[in-house]
Design a protein around this ligand. Structure first.
Ligand code: BG6
Length: 488
């Protein structure tokens, strides 16, 4: 199935941090794929802006190498790459000083084009960049800024950041990225829920026993130890990515698929979340791979701190206190170095209120599982009669739909970043977090982290390649439930 590509309006995109890791791995290869797909107009321009002193030619060479290294699809034509590189400019810029700003201003002088500024730099520079864009006359009503996570490290810093950006830009000009919202299957959550009559009537506490959200990774912290050890899984994954998944699965149907209608509903979910009790949380740190310590170090070795108490795994139970969900627990779990890379949302329905069959037939529940990555798809466990002459015995069989099989090969080639950047140019904020949403998510997260700090909580060790520490399984067992196995 070939998707329709509608070119966006002519634009100038400035990438602050244009030589950095994110730009080389994701942003520039993503833009190149959109260029090849015909979505980036031929006269669009991309301006790398960074501290390094280099010419536009040097920059094009660097981007050529980055695309060679990080573009998963190598079937592009050399002429397309040359044409894309010709759209690139470079400015050496000092985010905290004045150098380079007048050159950038001259480059951005084109009339009637979309102007977007991507802050792919440390959040400590967001304020400086916003201020200088304003001072040099580039923060006009047409301008958009794109900001990366982490958006604050607690409620206070997030509020301060929002206030700083608000001095120079209106909320409708600020695009806060959570790349999970750019994933095809994450958007599919909304299509599945609100495009089908089948699910919505059952989507509430009367029919749903509980919901599990798992984002399991096999990678460790790798070379990001310094950043990660200051964050931990709660700040790095739960406050943003898992929170967004929770919102999409639990929110009320918005009246329209437009940015504020969707974000209003998400915000209501976050504000209705109960505080998490200490005994409803499991917190872990991965251990070295038993047979292979040199290559697979444990968390503490990886971050170079033998005493660190930062968690690489969190599982928790929470409730949403509203009419739809009162009494239905939501279990969230994420961790590094787990048994498999697997992101999945599982909706476990209640048993039928009464069984017409004998006890031996057994009682079963429908389980709807939405696989976000990898092997994207949906499975619905349906109860049927076990075939054969053995009387009426019930078994579960999966109605299994793999998106790749159902839709063909074309489905997963649009990376989250390229989709989100095109949305910035189109001026569509639906898949970006609004300031109040981010603040509400921190308001829920802060007491959990503060509780750990006050208690000097030490995360429980877990084996690399496992499903996390044993008290994560215990969290479920106490409620008479169990986690879905983490499997690829
Ligand atoms: C990032 C986190 O936001 O998301 C990383 O900082 C994590 O720690 C990554 O590995 C996971 O993203 P994905 O797209 O690989 O699931």
């Amino acid at each position: 199935m070939v998707s329709r590509v509608i070119p966006v309006a002519p634009f100038d995109l400035v990438i602050f941090g244009g030589t950095g890791d994110l730009a080389r791995r994701k942003i520039l290869p993503g833009l190149f794929r959109r260029f090849c797909a015909g979505q980036m107009p031929p006269d669009a321009r991309v301006v790398g802006a960074a501290r390094s002193d280099m010419s536009a030619e040097d920059y094009r060479r660097m981007v050529r190498d980055a695309i060679g290294e990080f573009n998963s699809d190598t079937s592009y034509k050399a002429a397309d790459l040359d044409a894309f590189l010709a759209r690139l400019e470079y400015v050496t810029i000092d985010a905290k000083g004045e150098a380079g700003w007048s050159e950038l201003q001259k480059l951005m002088a084109g009339e009637g084009r979309v102007e977007a500024y991507y802050f792919s730099v440390s959040p400590s520079l967001f304020g400086d960049l916003a201020e200088r864009l304003h001072k040099w006359g580039m923060a006009d009503a047409q301008a958009r800024i794109v900001v990366e996570k982490p958006f604050g490290r607690d409620l206070a810093t997030a509020c301060a950041l929002n206030a700083t950006l608000a001095e120079h830009f209106d909320e409708h000009q600020i695009y806060r990225i959570d790349h999970y919202l750019g994933k095809e299957t994450v958007q599919n959550l909304m299509a599945v829920r609100f495009g089908n009559m089948l699910f919505e009537p059952l989507w509430n506490a009367q029919y749903v026993d509980h919901i599990q959200i798992t984002v399991a990774e096999t990678v460790g912290v790798g070379g990001r130890g310094e950043y990660y050890d200051k964050s931990g899984a709660m700040r790095d994954m739960v406050q943003n990515h898992l929170m967004q998944l929770l919102c999409l699965i639990a929110m009320e149907p918005p009246a329209r698929f437009d940015p504020d209608a969707v974000r209003d509903e998400k915000l209501k979910v976050i504000r209705a979340l109960d505080p998490v009790l200490p005994h409803h949380i499991s917190r872990g740190q991965y251990q070295a791979e038993a047979c292979n310590e040199a290559e697979m170090p444990g968390y503490r070795t990886a971050v170079g701190d033998a005493k660190t108490r930062t968690e690489s795994f969190v599982a928790l139970k929470t409730h949403i206190s509203n009419w739809r969900w009162a009494g239905t627990p939501f279990y969230l779990r994420t961790g590094k170095r787990m048994a498999a890379r697997s992101s999945e949302i599982t909706v476990v329905f209640k048993e039928t209120p009464h069984s017409i069959f004998s006890e031996e037939a057994g009682r079963h529940r429908n389980v709807l599982s939405i696989r976000l990555q990898p092997n994207e798809g949906i499975t619905l466990g349906v109860t049927i009669k076990e075939p054969g002459p053995g009387g009426m015995r019930l078994i579960d069989v999966p109605l299994d739909m793999s998106f790749a099989e159902a839709l063909g090969d074309d489905t997963d080639h649009v990376d989250a970043y390229e989709r989100l950047i095109m949305d910035v140019i189109r001026g569509n904020q639906t898949l970006f977090m609004r300031g109040d949403e981010v603040e509400a998510a921190w308001a829920w997260t802060d007491p959990i982290i503060q509780g750990w700090e006050a208690r000097n909580d030490v995360p429980k060790p877990y084996d690399s390649g496992s499903d996390g520490p044993t008290d994560s399984a215990e969290l479920m067992r106490r409620d008479g439930r169990e986690w879905r196995k983490v499997s690829p």
